[in-house]
Design a protein around this ligand. Structure first.
Ligand code: NIG
Ligand code: FE
Length: 351
């Protein structure tokens, strides 16, 4: 919640006046897709926007802030992050940047995730909560006021559910919580991935569902194939969780079309998109979520978001903040990379 909105929950009405550029996100209210208003004011009441318009026409308010010509925009929504972890993998980034093929994310992918799994299992609840709270504060300072985070570094029923419990009960400010037991196959099940899927769709789901609204799966070679991903998402749906999918990050695969077919809220990553994938995204309700920090950090080829926008799909941007593939909590950075490298206009990226 912004400072102004916080004040609004105690004062009857709070106004911000002399805003140089106000992003309303409503084309009916102002210019372009962002609905931009210049020399504008906004009034909050009870934590909600009650009025927007020209500064000169602003109604009286109990508290008034002078923006002195600065821009004002709604808080960013970061819809994809992995903040329930312990340990540090910055050395992996350094090794990747040295250009050694063996250090590429493609090669290390699941191996790197298992490094974080070991550190996360060894951490106390207090350590997990402190790490999560640190990232939530860091995000807020950079303008993110709504965020999602997910499990996926525990990979046992107890470790996955306690991570989600930490997010639900010990740290304020995490609005959306996702169960990602199907991140990679737990090391204990390396020889029997089917048994791990049974765990994810059975006992682990039972333990995690009370703390989560969403269920996610990493549908990728080396993680879960299309049939396994379908089983995971179907089990989650049957428990009232809404699917989302890590899709087509490291290679072409069935993830995007599965997400659209199962009416997932989002298909995320989309680094490799076939024409059929783009067509599916354009025809369905699944949001195409791009994660520019991930291509940046793993030196992957940037996807062409223009192609997806022009096809008519709804596009979102998110940080994917995690210790391995995208160690940034900054939405402004992701907006900048999406414009610089992925064919989005500034207005589209901010929206
Ligand atoms: O979204 N792709 C799968 N999971 C994460 C990376 C996790 C990690 O490397 O620790 C992602 O990029
Ligand atoms: Fe992710």
């Amino acid at each position: 919640m912004t400072a102004a909105a916080t004040a609004a929950s105690t004062a009857a009405a709070t106004a911000v006046v002399n805003i140089g550029s106000l992003v309303t996100n409503d084309p009916a209210l102002g210019d372009g897709p962002l609905g931009l208003l210049e020399d504008a004011a906004v009034v909050f009441e009870g934590g909600r926007v009650a009025w927007v318009g020209a500064t000169g026409a602003a109604p009286a308010a109990d508290a008034v802030y002078d923006a002195a010509g600065r821009a004002l925009l709604p808080g960013f929504v970061d819809s994809h992050s992995h903040l329930l972890f312990a340990g540090d993998r910055t050395g992996e980034f350094a090794a990747r940047m040295s250009g050694r093929r063996a250090a590429s994310y493609q090669k290390r992918g699941a191996g790197g995730i298992r490094t974080t799994v070991a550190a996360t299992r060894a951490a106390t609840d207090g350590e997990l909560a402190a790490n999560l709270a640190r990232f939530v504060r860091e995000m807020l300072r950079q303008g993110t006021t709504t965020l999602e985070t997910k499990s996926g570094y525990g990979l046992t029923a107890a470790d996955e559910s306690r991570a989600l419990r930490v997010a639900a009960e010990r740290v304020a400010g995490v609005e959306e919580i996702t169960y990602l037991g199907a991140h990679v196959v737990a090391p204990e099940y390396a020889d029997d991935p089917g048994a791990y899927v049974d765990l994810v769709t059975g006992e682990m789901l039972d333990a995690c569902a009370p703390y989560a609204r969403w269920i996610d799966v990493f549908c990728e070679k080396g993680a879960f194939d299309g049939d396994q991903a379908r089983a995971v998402l179907a089990a989650g749906k049957a428990r009232g969780l809404t699917p989302r999918v890590h899709a087509n990050q490291l290679s072409y695969g069935p993830g995007v079309q599965l997400a659209v077919e199962l009416e997932a809220a989002s298909a995320d990553h989309l680094t490799h998109l076939s024409d059929a994938d783009v067509g599916a995204l354009a025809s369905g309700s699944t949001v195409a979520t791009f994660l520019p920090g991930c291509e940046f950090s793993t030196r992957a080829v940037y996807p062409d978001v223009r192609r997806v926008l022009d096809a008519g799909a709804t596009v979102a941007l998110s940080t994917d903040c995690n210790p391995g593939s995208s160690f940034t909590s900054s939405m402004p950075f992701c907006v900048a990379v999406a414009v610089r490298e992925m064919g989005m206009t500034p207005d589209e990226a901010v929206w």
